[in-house]
Each structure stands twice: as structure tokens, then as C-alpha cells.
Design a protein around this ligand. Structure first.
Ligand SMILES: [Zn+2]
Length: 221
């Protein structure tokens, strides 16, 4: 029978984990870690709501100003104030989306150790996704226009088991991706095609292609 002592029902998870070192297993060493570039991360997740929120706010403010300046009798305020508090919902939603994105990125960490690649998401070092180094299939770089301006890019790491990890808005993305592709064990894909690394962006792709599917750079022989 398993030995049951006074420590048996003590929950280890209650010991607050506060740094990456707290989650490393035996013989595991931290090689690289980065957090997404916050401004770019938040902007990318909120910018699509910005035009609606902005126009909505502009119109409502215009109406409120017209109301207040033309009305002699302000007894209508009891109706106007709650009405616009509700009517401005898209603006509140936009502000909430910014707060939410900040809260998310605050505790997001991308980590590479000598054993695995991980996404740490949450205050108590919760590993939300990981891929073992010997299970890496390929890595690709994607850079949106906003990323180009902020000098950051996303990298997508695929595992042989079709798991994938995305590192959002990181610096040195090309270099990191290139190094990850060097770790990838198999130099050929499932169809037996040789894989080559793009000289420009560090993505790995099929040698039967003439152009890099990630950045469009023509292949150099
Ligand atoms: Zn490329």
C-alpha cells in the first residue's frame, strides 16, 4: 500500500509558482524566453473594433453636446444620461477588449528549454501548450504589416503529432525560427520531399516549391 503520511493531502499546486524555474523538470534547462511585444499584441487584437467605437463615440458626443447646449430645461437629463450610458455600449466593449488583451499578455511567456517548447499562460505559470524538442516538425514565420512596423513577427511551430504552438509578436523571430528548424529531426516531410530553410525569413518549406510560402522570397540555389 502507498505510504500515507501527513503530507499526503497537501496540494502542491497551492505553492505559488512565480518563475519559469519553478516548472522545469529534472535536468531541464531554460534556454530562451520572451514575452510578446505588448503594444503590438494588444493592438492586433483590438484594432478591428476601433473604427466602430470611434465613430459611435463621435456621433454620441455630438448628440449629447447638441442636446445640452440647446436645452433650456435640464430636467431631461434623468433620461439622457442612462440612455447614452447604454447607447455607448460599443465604446465600453472596445475599452473592455483592450483591458482583456492587456490582462492576457501580462502573464504570457514563450519558453524554450533543452527538452521542450512551451507557452506559459497565467499568473501561476500554467503551461497551456508544449511540444517536445524531438517532436518538432517545422517552424514558420508570419509577419503582418503592423508587425513589420513594430519589428516583431509570429512564429508557428508544428509537431509531428499535428499540435501547433504560436509565439505571437516576438523579436528575433527569424533567428529563433531558423534555430527551431535546425532542431527539427526529419529533413524530409511526410511525402518524402526534402525540406529547405528560407534564407530570408527562416521558414522551412518543401524543396519542390520555387518560392517561400511564408514570405514569397524566391529560392536561392
Ligand atoms: Zn521566407
Amino acid at each position: 500500500m502507498k505510504q500515507i503520511d501527513e503530507q499526503f493531502f497537501v496540494n502542491d499546486n497551492q505553492n505559488k509558482k512565480s518563475s519559469v524555474d519553478d516548472i522545469l523538470v529534472k535536468d531541464e534547462k531554460l534556454l530562451w524566453q520572451q514575452t510578446p511585444k505588448k503594444s503590438n499584441f494588444v493592438m492586433q487584437r483590438t484594432i478591428k473594433f476601433l473604427p466602430v467605437a470611434f465613430i459611435w463615440l463621435l456621433i454620441d458626443v455630438g448628440i449629447i453636446v447638441t442636446f445640452v447646449t440647446t436645452m433650456k430645461d435640464l430636467s431631461f437629463l434623468w433620461f439622457i444620461v442612462p440612455f447614452f450610458a447604454l447607447h455607448l455600449a460599443p465604446v465600453w466593449a472596445y475599452i473592455a477588449s483592450i483591458v482583456k488583451a492587456y490582462a492576457k499578455v501580462k502573464n504570457l511567456k514563450y519558453v524554450i528549454t533543452n527538452k521542450r517548447i512551451m507557452v506559459i499562460d497565467g499568473k501561476d505559470m500554467f503551461v497551456s501548450n508544449s511540444i517536445n524538442l524531438n517532436d518538432i516538425k517545422s517552424c514558420n514565420v508570419n509577419q503582418a504589416l503592423s508587425g513589420r512596423l513594430a519589428r516583431v513577427a509570429d512564429i508557428t511551430i508544428l509537431s509531428n503529432g499535428d499540435n501547433s504552438i504560436v509565439f505571437n509578436d516576438i523579436k528575433d523571430a527569424k533567428f529563433i525560427c531558423k534555430k527551431i528548424n535546425e532542431i527539427a529531426v526529419s529533413p524530409t516531410d511526410v511525402n518524402g520531399f526534402e525540406k529547405i530553410t528560407c534564407n530570408y525569413c527562416g521558414s522551412m518549406y518543401d524543396s519542390s516549391l520555387n518560392k517561400c510560402p511564408s514570405c514569397g522570397a524566391t529560392r536561392k540555389e
